[in-house]
Design a protein around this ligand. Structure first.
Ligand code: AP5
Ligand code: MG
Ligand code: ZN
Length: 216
């Protein structure tokens, strides 16, 4: 199965993708994570992307579609892909169709996580991750079981994203409204769109996502 998790910044795409990876052995393809890795590694793509990401704007379509194609080539045919944060524009949606078709794959379902924008600012500014294993946490909604210690790997170091400040979040939301939300009707017309209430508890959202996938 190949699916897209769609939704504005902080909607819970990464949170739900991690759950699907753990529960179903699917592969998460997050263009945001890939770009952050490129920035950290100082690759030419990373050098180009850094300022754009820090401003909350979108990296050029050909860059992200290029890295998605490379990652799809590394997957075995039996593995399902979760596209997290991709596609984000009409051009990327078209590119994805082609990338999948070229590899004998198809898009099975698109899950739109619907959320209240004001709540998103709180979610994003409270977010942090384990510096070692990448497990996601939140100041208010998902704290480690033992304070200051990662549940998964025991690390005591955590980090926050440079674009997780209120001003940048507002720009990221405007980009979503202007460029990403307009691709939703494409999937709705194909009959593969499911809307899930992203404001529910994390576990309830997971249950709704699972139901949408198993209802196939
Ligand atoms: P990207 O990394 O994709 O960021 P984003 O879309 O802004 O989304 P986020 O990762 O912020 O949110 P999320 O939906 O994953 O939420 P999460 O699960 O973490 O992109 C970053 C940048 O890279 C872009 O701005 C752009 O510059 C560039 N880029 C990336 N892809 C691109 C593309 N395709 N084209 C062009 N440019 C691209 O949840 C957020 C927090 O809320 C967490 O702390 C979590 O614990 C908590 N939470 C989650 N669900 C719930 C819930 N149900 N209730 C309460 N809390 C919850
Ligand atoms: Mg994310
Ligand atoms: Zn960890």
């Amino acid at each position: 199965m190949n699916i897209i998790l769609l939704g504005p910044p902080g909607a819970g795409k990464g949170t739900q993708a991690a759950k699907l990876v753990a529960d179903r052995g699917m592969v998460q393809l997050s263009t945001g994570d890939m770009l952050r890795a490129a920035v950290k590694a100082g690759t030419p793509t990373g050098l180009k992307a850094k300022a754009i990401m820090d401003a909350g704007e979108l990296v050029p379509d050909e860059v992200v579609s290029g890295i998605i194609g490379e990652r799809l080539d590394q997957m075995s045919p039996g593995e399902g892909a979760i596209f997290d944060g991709y596609p984000r524009t009409a051009a990327q949606a078209e590119a994805l169709d082609q990338l999948l078709a070229d590899r004998g794959r198809k898009l099975d379902r698109v899950i739109e996580l619907t959320v209240d924008e004001d709540a998103l600012v709180e979610r994003i500014t409270g977010r942090y991750t384990c510096a070692k294993c990448g497990e996601g946490y939140h100041d208010k909604f998902k704290q480690p079981k033992a304070a200051g210690v990662c549940d998964v790997c025991g690390s005591t170091e955590f980090k926050r994203r440079p674009d997780d400040n209120e001003e940048t979040v507002r720009t990221r939301m405007a980009e979503y409204r202007g460029k990403t939300a307009p691709i939703i009707p494409i999937y709705e017309a194909r009959g593969i769109l499911t809307r899930v209430d992203g404001m529910a508890d994390i576990d309830q959202v997971s249950a709704a996502v699972a139901a949408a996938l198993d209802g196939e």
